[in-house]
Ligand binder design. Sequence first.
Ligand SMILES: [Zn+2]
Length: 181
Amino acid sequence: MAIQPIRLFGDPVLRATAQPVTTFDKELRNLVGDLTETMLAAPGAGLAAPQLGVSLRVFTYHVDGVTGHLINPDLSLTEEEQEGPEGCLSLPGLRYDTRRAYGVVARGFNMYGDPVTLEGTQLLARCIQHETDHLDGIIFIDRLDREQRKAALKAIREAEWGDGPAPVVKVSPHSTFGAAR
Ligand SMILES: [Zn+2]
């Protein structure tokens, strides 16, 4: 188990729909270990497998001193909502107030394949919704209103880690008139 590099906004793996886990083997337990270590080192309140480049429905959380994981989550949300600051390890340094359900009941499995239910309100509920969104290719800024999302995209472009201009691939010392792009 090891700390892995976290994929940043713009990486296509963050926009893919992750696949359900069907095999609860040692490889899966290693993935949960890597997610947990990377999340705690960051530090972050949660981390989803696509953020490590693995398109599987797995996430870990660390909220109010409790660390855990959930596989193939299925969420029931309360009608009551909350609004508060939210951030993401794939968008370092950015935080925006984001509307979420106040409470969640999440059904899924642990890494041994046993069915588990994870219930939470406030921060844990926010984390579960944020991480489950990652498994559907949704990033929290997608949940913002139009104006806020525009501001977020601008901040991303200006961020050091943000998408710069596409790198030009040189295949010849002579001009290729764009053919090498
Ligand atoms: Zn995130």
